[in-house]
Design a protein. Structure first.
Lengths: 213, 213
DNA sequence: CGAATTTCATACCACGCAGTATATAAGAGT
DNA sequence: ACTCTTATATACTGCGTGGTATGAAATTCG
């Protein structure tokens, strides 16, 4: 057994594991994974080469393979990190008091990600659209991730309907998919070079049109 | 000079060019290009390999290179064909009598493409999102194509505003980008396995919410 | 110190990629 | 029939890819 795929905790990471035999690791896996995430985010899974990844992570290929397994495992861990850190606004947004509040939180959260220093577009969307050739396992993981988010939004919107946030003729599930469609479209536009002002206008337009409260 | 990149007219195509010296071509370039388009459409530019392309087109590599130049030129011609044939509904939709009619035409046209026999998703969107590494020229071409469509929709919606299709506080350009965002989101969802019924619901929801006539 | 163990650095491997050299086949003009 | 021209078929090239073998460096335990 060469590496433990579930354990990325580093010697020089936050809380140093007590004892360790052999030469200690000379890089911080968390920082390396963050760098890898950025590369995958910009280039997509297939577009990111191992050479590019190792250079951005500041480590050599054997170190990468020893620590993270292979390219697919690395991407998987980067994806986990992505949804844990970058998609916090999704979990936070679900707690907004009304359906329109949820929509606004999502739209503004997504907008903030586009205008920050991170790469443009959503990693999940990029990967879902781009990846056709390679292992189905990654597609499946992204799909199940998306399904889980969809379900959460649908349930939140069903509650919103019960609380009277929507006009009576509106289907919560349909509104959930409608909202995600706009968020995905926003990703595509950000990826194709739309300015923050244009995306801001898209958010404002969506909210102005939004039915209910 | 080995081939003329602007001339794909075939000997065995529709109207046979009168005289021809040398061995005649044993395939129909139009049909081959259609097959290539399908591959690019499914796999994206980088995802499509020359081996896959030649097999789908039913020709060998030298024939491909002699007739179409190289991979990039082939993609460019496939893209032209795509927008000429598959995006006819965009040009047709612009002639609808009201802004909402335009939106409905676009949404239903896009929906029809997703439910047909063609590959899922929009070639332009897929290419715009997926392609990060290779020649900027393709990105530029796709971008300029998108900009032209955007401008056409914006102008159409400005006319619509003058004709009173929108409530007074609505910005036509914003509505144009809003509509394209939904269409792009629809592409993403179709690409990630959404059913026709779900997409249909997305169309209905968008139209139900649409402001004005 | 010395043995065991783990990481790091360099070089390497097999493979698939876009693109091509070469030789042969199939027509048209004379 | 013979030449000229163009397309086809096969085989190949150089390169970048993901992944790895091997030996040296750095640490802990005895």
């Amino acid at each position: 057994m060469k590496f433990d795929p579930d354990t990325i905790v580093a010697p020089n990471s936050s809380h140093q594991g007590s004892s360790h035999r052999g030469r200690p690791r000379q890089f911080c896996p968390d920082a390396a994974l963050t760098a890898a995430l950025k590369v995958f985010w910009e280039r997509g899974y297939e577009g990111a080469s191992m050479a590019e990844l190792t250079e951005a992570m500041g480590i050599t290929k054997p170190s990468l393979y020893a620590c993270f397994g292979n390219k697919e495992a690395l991407f998987r861990k980067a994806l986990d990190l992505y949804e844990k850190e970058k998609l916090a606004y999704v979990r936070a947004g679900l707690t907004a008091p009304t359906a329109k509040g949820v929509a606004e939180a999502f739209l503004r959260g997504s907008l903030a990600m586009q205008t920050g220093n991170d790469p443009r577009g959503c990693l999940s969307v990029v990967s879902a659209v781009a990846c056709t050739n390679y292992a189905d396992s990654i597609r499946d993981e992204i799909t199940s991730l998306r399904l889980a988010t969809d379900r959460a939004i649908i349930e939140r919107f069903e509650r919103a309907r019960d609380e009277g946030d929507f006009p009576p003729d509106v289907d919560p599930a349909a509104m959930a998919h409608y909202l995600t469609a706009i968020l995905q479209g926003m990703t595509v536009q950000a990826r194709s070079g739309a300015t923050p002002a244009e995306l801001e206008r898209l958010v404002a337009t969506t909210l102005a049109i939004w039915p209910g409260r």
